[in-house]
Design a protein around this ligand. Structure first.
Ligand SMILES: C[S@@+](CC[C@H](N)C(=O)[O-])C[C@H]1O[C@@H](n2cnc3c(N)ncnc32)[C@H](O)[C@@H]1O
Length: 716
């Protein structure tokens, strides 16, 4: 099944996986596919001398790779702590035990082999594993394939750029784009638009990327990228992007090492069925690219039909206004193979055609003219050798294809009456817009200047006048005042104001103030940890410095009770004059400062952050967290076990209805690309219901009269 495609309803793929897993347990999977070997031998992509290494590598399990997200200020301290605390303790002389190695082309990323059995039997590997999971939950670590980190690195994203990620879910590259944009500031001027055609995968992106790394610069939209509507900039002109990431849906044959089910199913049809959509998405990407901007086209397929053939068709269509860039000097440590200008076109039965004229009528639809290699003259102009492949055996990774393109002029420039060339024309999509499905999102409503809510907030927290309050919004149809307030930067604000009726917006904004109802304070809004980094520089009240020791105590709670008695804390004096309610506690050790949202009552203090975040704070302030990690890991296991049992029960109950889907699913082939755009409405809705209930869980109880009524500590 093509990468990024989910079969209708998602049920079949889940059951297939379950069956596959059963199969793997009983039999060794046969890592062999005659068509695959024949196809790639004929393409000449792998030098003869490297063929055996290539085959061997595809058959070996992919190492685990992870990246330390660089947009938290303590990147260096974090990496140093990880090396001392874990890497230096690992004894490589033991069987199957490896120290993670830095990726040659990215200092903040590591790759290692961590077989389950070794993790189970070696405490230090177990601790490292728990650490990666905990830090992954709060966005400090991202588990991501090594090669998948390459495309954003070649986009050279700057803080002021307008960036769009055309096929973004589940969002690992979107996170990198955001991270680059936020390298120097928590509130940069640029925008990252993350788009995906699959509605439920948009919510997956929100959950996996933005919940972990909330960013005021990011907006998630749900459109078919090949027919993306024209969007407008703040002046009402066509919106062009400085950077476009086009990491398209593909057959995924670079992922054999990870997706072992591909061994059974792969045929050349996988690539043939996606070529047209890939061209469509990439063409639209170039149409909305600004002159002088960069676009990266990437796939995790080694197939030239999905790679060079798509590029050749783009270069043909854009007729000299678009060029492939020579990026051989970028990421110098990355071993790569240059793109090719000649390749073979074969049908699913391995029948080979040397030109489109040879293709019989019955195959003229699955095999398109644009799949064939360029003519000699075209090849000289196109420089397809500037694109590149990363072959799995070159650096023990997955396989990947990347090309960087730039635009030198608009294809259809529009000339104004006085003769000056205006920006260009981006035509509305040629194809009819597909009817998108999914949950009907509430609108994004910005706070009016005179809004009473913000007046209360300003007085209570001493927010200085430089804070851009006009960038606060709530999600509501009516003038419901009781809602969470989110913050976006000015670029996202302009985007929403101009485009929320043009494209389907799924998500934008960092939670900054949550509604709280207590009789004890004058402000009905508490600070939310997600938005703290942004608002902190503007807060003139309710920020309390405490010692690292006291921060450690508060994070751990008092014998498991999250409400830490004030009488046991030195900082009680510092808290003394403050009215009960939301505060920021700040502690510094060395060059690490940690600020967290908390709630102070008459008698106690409690942190208002997730468990993972509490462990992170304790760790970064140089305290041992082994006990906390172990406790968390055992809770995770219990939860997973319960989930497994619940799923098994549900599966039993559903088995009858699943049977009836079999025949329908058997007819699905690469048409799945179209179906992927439909998503699953029910799934999306479920997701939304889940989000809503999470929100409720977080909300403090109404009108408390006792200490107990303080907000519940979040447990994600
Ligand atoms: C390879 S995945 C993208 C992976 C993502 N860039 C990342 O790094 O996490 C391809 C994505 O394309 C989406 N997709 C498929 N057809 C699409 C279309 N016509 N327009 C936009 N997205 C599409 C799929 O839903 C899938 O999420």
């Amino acid at each position: 099944m093509p990468r990024g495609i989910r079969r209708k309803g998602g049920k079949c793929s889940k059951r297939d996986n379950a069956d596959d897993k059963k199969d793997y347990a009983l039999y060794e999977i046969n890592k062999d596919n005659a068509k695959l070997w024949e196809y790639y031998k004929k393409q000449g992509i792998i030098p003869e001398a490297e063929w055996d290494a290539f085959v061997e590598s595809l058959k070996t399990e992919l190492p685990t790779a992870f990246r330390i997200q660089g947009c938290h200020r303590e990147l260096d301290a974090f990496v140093a702590m990880m090396k001392t605390r874990f890497f230096s303790q690992i004894d490589e002389t033991e069987k199957d035990v490896h120290v993670p190695k830095q990726l040659p082309w990215l200092d903040s990323a590591f790759q290692t082999k961590m077989p389950r059995a070794a993790v189970r039997s070696h405490p230090i590997l177990n601790q490292l594993h728990n650490f990666l999971v905990t830090e992954g939950e709060i966005g400090n670590v991202s588990r991501q394939e090594a090669v998948s980190m390459i495309p954003p690195l070649l986009l050279d994203v700057q803080p002021h750029h307008k960036v769009i990620d055309m096929c973004a879910a589940p969002g690992s590259k979107t996170m990198q784009l955001i991270e680059m944009m936020h390298a120097d500031s928590d509130n940069p001027d640029g925008i990252v638009v993350a788009n995906d055609a699959d509605n439920s995968r948009c919510y997956l992106l929100v959950r996996q990327a933005l919940k972990r790394m909330p960013a005021p610069s990011c907006v998630v939209i749900n459109e078919d990228a090949s027919v993306l509507p024209v969007m407008k900039d703040s002046s009402g002109n066509t919106l062009f992007f400085d950077r476009v990431l086009c990491d398209v849906i593909c057959s995924g044959d670079g992922t054999f090492r990870k997706n072992i089910e591909l061994w059974k199913s792969w045929t050349p049809q996988a690539g043939l069925g996606l070529h047209r959509l890939q061209v469509g998405i990439a063409r639209r990407s170039l149409e909305i690219l600004a002159v002088g901007g960069l676009m990266v086209y990437s796939t995790c397929s080694l197939n030239p039909i999905e790679d060079e053939a798509v590029l050749a068709e783009l270069l043909r269509h854009f007729d000299g206004t678009v060029e492939l860039m020579d990026v051989s000097d970028k990421l110098p440590e990355l071993k790569r193979s240059p793109g090719i200008s000649e390749w073979k076109v074969m049908d699913r039965d391995m029948l080979e055609f040397s030109s489109y004229d040879e293709v019989p009528g019955r195959l003229k639809r699955p095999i398109q003219k644009t799949m064939f290699p360029p003519t000699k003259e075209e090849a000289e102009k196109f420089h397809l050798e500037r694109s590149f492949r990363v072959l799995p055996h070159a650096q023990d990774t997955g396989g990947f294809f990347v090309a960087v393109l730039t635009k030198t002029a608009h294809l259809h420039p529009k000339t104004s009456a006085n003769g000056d060339e205006e920006t260009a024309v981006v035509k509305p999509p040629a194809a009819k817009k597909r009817r998108m499905q999914g949950y009907q999102e509430d609108p994004f409503v910005f706070l009016a200047k005179e809004d009473e809510r913000f007046k209360d907030i300003t007085n209570y927290y001493g927010i200085n006048s430089a804070f851009p309050a006009e960038n606060l919004l709530s999600r509501t149809k009516e003038s419901d005042q009781k809602r969470t307030l989110y913050f976006v930067n000015s670029a996202v604000r302009n985007f929403l104001q101009q485009n929320q009726d043009r494209v389907k917006v799924i998500n934008a904004g960092v939670k900054m103030f949550g509604r709280t109802e207590t009789k004890f304070n004058d402000c009905k809004f508490r600070l939310a940890q997600d938005g703290l980094k942004i608002i902190l520089p503007y807060l003139e009240k309710r920020v309390v410095e405490i010692s690292p020791d006291e921060m450690n105590k508060i994070m751990r709670g008092d014998g498991g009770n999250p409400y830490y008695p004030r009488e046991k804390l030195q900082c009680d004096k510092a808290l003394g004059d403050l009215q009960s309610g939301s505060v920021v506690l700040r502690a510094t050790r060395g060059n690490v400062t940690k600020s967290i949202c908390a709630w102070i009552g008459q008698m106690s203090v409690s942190p208002y952050i997730s468990k993972e975040e509490r462990i992170h704070v304790v760790r970064m302030l140089a305290f041992d967290t082994t006990d906390l990690e172990e406790e968390m890991s055992s809770k995770r296991k219990q939860k997973a076990e319960k989930g497994r049992k619940d799923r098994a029960k549900a599966q039993e109950a559903n088995s009858a209805s699943e049977e009836s889907q079999d025949s329908q699913e058997a007819t699905e082939d690469s048409q799945g690309a179209t179906e992927s755009t439909n998503g699953s409405e029910a799934e999306a809705k479920n997701e939304e219901v889940k989000e809503a209930s999470e929100e409720e869980k977080e909300a403090p109880k109404e009108d408390a009269v006792t200490e107990k009524s303080q907000p519940e500590v979040m447990e994600h």
